[in-house]
Write a protein that binds this ligand. Structure first.
Ligand code: AKG
Ligand code: FE2
Length: 348
């Protein structure tokens, strides 16, 4: 256990803020992101908010079925809302979890003359429980602030201007509350995947365990709970911005066997209208600074990346495909033609 644990770097946010330690901490950050591919962030200032939010999760999943179903994702062309156990698919297998998806509030309403993928940015649905909307909005707002600062540090770690990644940022970030119920041994909580909504994921897990990450050697290693930390994953948006050089973190959750597990991932969003061609141009100067790392073994066993596929015209379309495949009932209801098209397409 110790060996696998020590292979995931811990980055102390405090050290990135302190002028005395910043330079060394930026080196550690660069190594963690571009050479290892994932990290734990500690000392980030959201500890109290995370604790308060975790404390409310059991109650939200114990609500009567009709209260949860009232905000079911099936009502939402933006794929936000409640997903019951068994309604989600990853790597062609059913996931054993239930969850609520939310997004940044006050999105502009989609109109028919706009490209269809802008419809992914829409208003959230909340369970009808006092204080939940406010808590979600506070969590999203605090996480967005932290993640913007984090991206500035990532730029600085590559000796690039701090706002280098800002122009890739989308307007809607996403947040999920997840429950994995107690399950038979070796059940799939969520199957192997790369996060698809954007740039980085900041994941808070409880103390149950079960998260695993694919390392550069192509081995699944445990990412055990570290109290108060956020697990930071690279998403497909950053992978595309770096021309595929900085591969998205592939991860999965083995369902818990002795009690329920709860987690809260925050997904920093990417711009829906970015095309691969635009990226190639704008990314060249970023890519030139990324340290070389060998991940051939990981790539040999990895899951595909939608954003890098020439099948899709822009991030928005690739993300829409990902949502439709993950939530087939919602996809079929709101995008029947695209559902037909995407379920027949194989990613190369
Ligand atoms: O629950 C977790 O720890 C991971 C969740 C996850 O990977 C996801 O929902 O994208
Ligand atoms: Fe994920």
């Amino acid at each position: 256990m110790l060996g696998t644990f020590s292979s995931i770097p811990i980055i102390d946010w405090g050290r990135l803020q302190d002028p005395e330690t910043k330079a060394a901490a930026l080196d550690e950050l660069r190594e963690a992101i571009f050479v290892v591919g994932f990290l734990y962030l500690t000392n980030h200032g959201l500890e109290d908010l995370i604790k308060r939010t975790h404390a409310r999760l059991p109650e939200l999943f114990d609500l009567p079925t009709e209260v949860k179903e009232k905000c079911n994702m099936i009502n939402s062309p933006s794929f936000v809302g409640y997903t019951r156990l068994g309604a989600e698919t990853t790597a062609s297998k059913t996931d054993l979890r239930e969850q609520y998806d939310f997004g940044t509030p006050n999105m502009k309403k989609w109109t028919e003359n706009e490209d269809i993928w802008w419809r992914l940015e829409g208003e959230s649905q909340y369970p009808d429980v006092p204080g939940v909307k406010e808590l979600v909005e506070e969590y999203i707002s605090e996480s967005a602030t932290l993640s913007h600062e984090f991206m500035r540090c990532v730029s600085e770690s590559l000796s690039l201007p701090p706002n280098t990644f800002a122009s890739f940022k989308g307007s809607m970030d996403r947040l999920k509350f997840i429950k994995y119920p107690q399950s038979p041994p070796n059940s799939q909580g969520v199957g192997p995947h790369k996060d698809s909504a954007g740039l980085f994921t900041f994941l808070s897990q409880d103390d149950t365990g079960g998260l695993q990450v694919l390392n550069k050697n192509g081995e699944w290693i445990d990412a055990p709970p570290v109290e108060g930390s956020l697990v930071v994953n690279i998403q497909q948006g950053l992978e595309a911005i770096t021309g595929g050089i900085c591969a998205a973190t592939t991860h999965r959750v083995i369902a818990p066997t002795t009690r329920a597990r709860y987690s809260i991932p925050f997904f920093l969003g990417v711009r829906m209208d970015l095309t691969l061609d635009q990226l190639r141009e704008s990314a060249a100067h970023i890519v030139a600074r990324i340290p070389v790392s060998d991940d051939q073994k990981k790539r040999a066993v990895d899951v595909p990346s939608e954003f890098l596929s020439p099948l899709y015209s822009c991030f928005g379309e690739a993300y829409l495909r990902n949502r439709i495949i993950s939530h087939p009932d919602v996809g079929q209801k709101w995008y029947p033609d695209l559902y037909e098209k995407y379920t027949k397409q194989a990613l190369s």
